[in-house]
Write a new protein. Structure first.
Length: 110
């Protein structure tokens, strides 16, 4: 939004359409409202660190597994991405359990 002052008048211009900031805000809003029980900025630093490390090591693990097992999977299974596909299925299951665990209200369970 741009402000232009002309003596005592202020005219506000609102850009039309989506820009990069709006799409980024929509993605953050989706994560904050749908996946996390609290907005990201309310999480303690340790919580944000552990979630960031989980995401980083999960993605890095997929790449490492791919580089280490491609040749063996291609020779034995006929599909070079066989082990990567299996790992992605288990990774999706584990992330689902993780998000379920952080969204459970422990006060209601006691």
């Amino acid at each position: 939004m741009t402000n232009i002052s002309n003596k005592n008048k202020k005219i506000r211009f609102q850009p039309k359409g989506k820009n990069a900031h709006e799409s980024k805000d929509n993605l953050i809003g989706l994560i904050n409202n749908k996946l996390l029980p609290l907005p990201w900025l309310f999480w303690p630093k340790e919580g944000r660190l552990i979630m960031g490390l989980i995401a980083f090591w999960s993605i890095a693990g997929i790449f490492i597994l791919g580089s280490a097992s491609w040749w063996v999977a291609n020779r034995e299974m006929g599909d070079g991405a066989y082990y990567i596909k299996r790992q992605i299925v288990w990774l999706a299951a584990s992330w689902s359990i993780f998000f379920l665990a952080i969204n459970i209200n422990l006060k209601k369970m006691a």
